[in-house]
Design a protein around this ligand. Structure first.
Ligand code: SF4
Ligand code: SF4
Length: 154
């Protein structure tokens, strides 16, 4: 299994499971808007895609050929480890499935989405809290820290 194949089954970064933004330059922002993908300007003036990204279709990017450079060059920890043979493909797939299952559990534990809710399930969970208490959210955060999050990313 290649990293590309793993990513096509995953989409967790695009969902905003552990990242908030994909950074854009001004031209990319215009191009994405013209494709119907909303962009935002952060408080620091940086143009960005707010994650979960509206171009995500299931676990795949619907504008793959036109995706911005930040998406093209992005590697989470798991993708990096798979690429360098540090983690076996079957283990990488299992980690993705585990993370997706946790996100589904979290989503099921949230109140219905409100119009002004943030786009990602994890942000909604932080915003509203979970009906069952914080344990599930802590488990998911620990898993994302261990397998996905690269320190210092937006
Ligand atoms: S979270 Fe990692 S494995 Fe999943 S789509 Fe993003 S880069 Fe690929
Ligand atoms: S543009 Fe595509 S690759 Fe980039 S965050 Fe959105 S769905 Fe993911």
């Amino acid at each position: 299994m290649t990293v590309g194949e793993l990513c096509q089954l995953c989409g967790l970064c695009c969902q905003g499971a552990f990242l908030r933004y994909a950074l854009l330059d001004a031209n990319e922002a215009v191009r994405l808007e013209s494709l119907g993908v909303p962009t935002t300007t952060r408080r620091d003036g940086q143009r960005a895609l707010r994650l979960g990204c509206r171009a995500l279709s299931g676990t795949r990017c619907a504008i793959y050929q036109a995706r911005p450079a930040a998406c093209d060059s992005y590697f989470c920890q798991l993708a990096f480890r798979l690429r360098h043979g540090v983690v076996a493909p079957e283990i990488a797939s299992q980690v993705v499935e585990q993370a997706q299952a946790l996100l589904r559990e979290i989503e099921a534990d949230l109140p219905p989405r409100a119009e002004d809710d943030p786009p990602s399930v994890m942000e909604r969970a932080h915003h509203h809290g979970l009906l069952s208490g914080p344990a599930l959210l802590r488990r998911a955060e620990a898993l994302f820290r261990e397998h996905f999050l690269v320190p210092g990313q937006p």
